[in-house]
Design a protein around this ligand. Structure first.
Ligand SMILES: [Zn+2]
Length: 151
């Protein structure tokens, strides 16, 4: 479903961002009827640059038609000192898992109504402080995913 344009300016070795992005994609698979896969050619892209909101770690933009996701793109901020050890923030894979959540139509927890505790234990959590190392879906994320795509 996506193709990588280039992430070489993130300061992460290519072999690392390729595998980390793949792991982030696969975090979304196996929980519902939806599968996020990598395609050789596709209009959806993941790239490095300066997001529209310049201090954001990454920004995903989607174009939705009724019942259909027409386009999804993610830009990772290449002015950020990314980490990939799973303990240091900002953790590239952790952010990638979150951004792919937007590809599959999930929302930032800060935008959900009736949100008293900000769903800290979800990958769609977007408030601070962020806990590094949460790279797999939590039960709440899986439930949101299944509410859209079915089990
Ligand atoms: Zn978000």
């Amino acid at each position: 479903m996506y193709s990588i344009t280039i992430l070489d300016t993130l300061g992460i070795p290519r072999s690392t961002w390729v595998s980390e992005l793949d792991a982030a994609r696969q975090a979304w698979n196996g929980h519902s009827r939806f599968t996020l896969y990598e395609a050789a050619s596709n209009p959806h892209t993941v790239y490095a640059g300066i997001p529209p909101s310049r201090t954001a770690l990454a920004v995903t933009t989607t174009v939705c038609l009724p019942g259909y996701l027409q386009d999804a793109d993610t830009v990772f901020n290449n002015t950020v000192a990314w980490a990939t050890d799973g303990r240091t923030w900002p953790d590239f894979r952790r952010v990638a898992v979150h951004e792919f959540g937007h590809w599959v139509r999930l929302k930032d927890t800060s935008t959900l109504s009736g949100n008293n505790y900000c769903y800290q234990y979800t990958v769609m959590y977007d408030c601070f402080p962020v806990v590094a190392g949460y790279r797999t879906l939590f039960e709440e994320d899986k439930q949101w995913l299944r509410s859209i795509y079915g089990r």
